[in-house]
Each structure stands twice: as structure tokens, then as C-alpha cells.
Design a protein around this ligand. Structure first.
Ligand code: 3HC
Length: 312
């Protein structure tokens, strides 16, 4: 059965594939494709592989894919050393992951989680390609933290099978997953996404397709205001971090957290929040923008609010 999607989105001429009926059940997610091997993509790959899913991890180059697999092996080795996993569990998890630079290798997966740069144009183009490459039954999900999921859904001929599955950093450790519900998604898709997240050992929450969802809408005004306080000379980086840990019981202070998330990602999140709501709390503090231009991106570049070169 083929229905035609009329009147909504740029690709309203697309043939919309009807959901495959009962044969496509929640339990049929076995193979997961992950596009993007940055902090989040590699963390999600580790999470899914250790939960028992076959994972195809697609990087932009085979060199990056190989480096990501090597990092995954190191991470699992550390868990074996700490007695959290047996050597057999590590080997099984590693055996479930394939690294590739070929997007075509995602044919045959049941779920794709896109985790590339927070750039709407890049993601739209990718969803367009994913729609062509993947099997009709596959769910296409985005790990975006702020961009409109509906924009990605409308790039495909299966807007009922597109949703957000938003993990938190570090993905193998943080228990939350936000399931994002664009206007077009079906209940079956959301239920399958929930089942996937729970099998990964996560506690999912459901949220409307609105910039920042729950966590980032609340977290980023706080992080932005911490930069403002520092910029105004109210207190030092260390003292602001110490204050929020000791005074509020947060596991990390705002500057350690900005460095963990990445200053470029943080700026992209604030810009997307500001673009949607025009709330001054979301207007990125000038220092943050300038640090991104200076390539002081946090842990990933070795320098952010703190210096990580000595810690590497
Ligand atoms: N991958 C895998 N495991 C990791 C890890 C990683 N990247 N980082 C830490 N861990 C593990 C450690 O191995 C350790 O495991 P163990 O207790 O079994 O030995 C455990 O996590 C605790 O790590 P540490 O002892 O090294 O350090 P901490 O106790 O300080 O915990 C932390 C580190 C889990 C990162 C903790 O500081 C924390 O929870 N910080 C807050 C993180 C946070 O707020 N994340 C959300 C950011 S917002 C976001 O992601 C949204 C996005 O859209 C931007």
C-alpha cells in the first residue's frame, strides 16, 4: 500500500510508505546503524553493542572508523580490568560492531541513529540518503539535541518512522534517553524506540519535538549564565565549579561539563534554542563564541575552560 503525503513539508510529493503491519514488531530491532563516530556516536555504539545489538558504525573515513573501533576496544578493556565485564563479554560486544565509511552498509539495519554534526542542512541531506538506502521497515532516528526532528522526517518517505532518540554524554554511563515525538511519528515507532532504549538499560522519557527538549532547555541557560558570571569576573572557573558541586550536589561543575560536551556543540545548542524562542537566556555569551573560533572546544581539542593536554 502506498499513500501520498500531501501539503506538508518540502517533499510533499514523496510517496509515503505505509507502516508494515504486524510482521514488523518491536522485537525485530536487532541490527542498529549509527552514523557519526564523534563522542556521542561512539558512546551510543558501545551502549548498543554491550546490550546485544549488532552495530554498523559509519564514519566519514575508514581511518576514523578504525580509530573508533580501537577506542571502543580500549573502553571495554578498562571495564574488564575493573571487573565490570568478563573478557568473553568484551569479545562478544566487539564482535557485534562493524566499522565502515560506506553508507550503503546500512542496508539491512532495523534502526539508524544519526549522530553527526548539529547542522540542519547536513542532517537533512543525510536523512534523504538514509531513506533511499535503508529497508522500508527501518526506523530512522536522530540524536540531535535541539534541531527540529520534523524537518528530518519530512526529508523521507516514511515520516511515521522518524523520531528522536537523544542520549546523554557519556552515553554508556548516563541513564536518560529522551524520545522525541515529531508531529508525524506513529505510536508503533515510539514504542519500538522505547523498547530499544530500555534494552540498552536506559530510562526513557517522552518529549515534544521542541528545541532543547527537556534537559537542554533547562541545562543550557544555566551553563550560559555560568560563562557570563565568569566573564563578569564574579568568581574563578574553579570556584564556580566547586560552588555548583558542593552547593547543589551536581556531579560536575558547569565548566567541566561544558568541556565534556564540547564548546562547539554547546554553542550550536544555544544558537538553536535562541533561534526558536528568542529568549535572552539562550543568547550565547560572547566568550563562548570566541573560544569556539579559537578552537578551544574542551576535552576533544585538549583545551577549553580547562587544559587537558597534561591529562591525556
Ligand atoms: N565512557 C564509558 N564510561 C565512562 C565514561 C565514558 N566516557 N566516563 C566515565 N565513565 C565511567 C567510569 O568508568 C566509571 O565507571 P565505574 O564507576 O564503574 O568505575 C564511572 O563512569 C564514573 O566515572 P569516574 O569515576 O571516572 O568519574 P566520575 O565519578 O566523576 O563520573 C561522570 C564521571 C559520569 C561523567 C560524572 O561526572 C557525571 O555524571 N557528570 C555529569 C555528566 C552530564 O551531566 N552529562 C549530560 C551532559 S548534557 C548532554 O549530554 C546533552 C547533549 O545533547 C549535549
Amino acid at each position: 500500500m502506498v499513500a501520498v503525503c500531501r501539503g506538508r513539508g518540502k517533499r510533499s510529493d514523496l510517496a509515503v510508505r505505509a507502516p508494515t503491519p504486524l510482521a514488523w514488531s518491536l522485537m525485530s530491532i536487532a541490527r542498529v546503524g549509527i552514523v557519526g563516530s564523534g563522542i556521542m556516536g561512539s558512546g551510543i555504539a558501545e551502549t548498543a553493542a554491550t546490550a546485544g545489538f549488532e552495530v554498523v558504525l559509519r564514519s566519514r573515513s575508514q581511518t576514523t572508523a578504525d580509530a573508533t573501533l580501537a577506542a571502543l576496544e580500549k573502553s571495554l578493556d578498562r571495564q574488564v580490568d575493573k571487573g565490570k565485564r568478563t573478557p568473553e563479554e568484551r569479545d562478544q560486544a566487539l564482535g557485534r560492531v562493524t566499522g565502515t565509511s560506506d553508507l550503503g552498509a546500512l542496508k539491512g539495519v532495523d534502526l539508524v541513529i544519526e549522530s553527526v554534526v548539529e547542522d540542519l542542512a547536513v542532517k537533512k541531506e543525510l536523512f534523504n540518503e538514509l531513506d533511499r538506502i535503508t529497508d522500508d521497515h527501518a526506523i530512522l532516528a536522530t540524536n540531535t539535541s535541539t534541531l527540529p526532528v520534523i524537518e528530518l522526517a519530512m526529508q523521507t518517505g516514511r515520516p511515521d518512522r522518524v523520531c528522536g532518540i537523544h542520549f546523554f554524554n557519556p552515553a554508556p554511563v548516563m541513564s536518560l534517553v529522551e524520545l522525541v515525538r515529531p508531529l508525524t511519528v506513529s505510536d508503533e515507532t515510539l514504542a519500538a524506540a522505547r523498547d530499544f532504549a530500555e534494552t540498552c538499560g536506559k530510562s526513557p522519557v517522552e518529549v515534544k519535538d521542541q528545541a532543547g527538549f527537556i534537559v537542554n532547555a533547562l541545562l543550557f541557560p544555566y551553563l550560559n549564565n555560568a560563562v557570563r558570571l565568569y566573564e563578569q569576573g564574579v568568581a574563578s572557573l574553579d570556584d564556580i565549579d566547586t560552588a555548583m558541586k558542593g552547593g547543589c550536589g551536581f556531579p560536575m561543575g558547569p565548566f567541566a561539563l561544558l568541556d565534556l560536551v564540547g564548546l562547539d556543540t554547546s554553542l550550536a545548542i544555544l544558537d538553536a534554542l535562541y533561534a526558536e524562542f528568542r529568549d535572552p537566556n539562550y543568547a550565547a555569551v560572547p566568550l563562548l563564541r570566541r573560544m569556539v573560533v579559537a578552537e578551544q572546544l574542551g576535552r576533544k581539542s585538549g583545551q577549553g575552560f580547562f587544559d587537558y593536554h597534561a591529562r591525556k
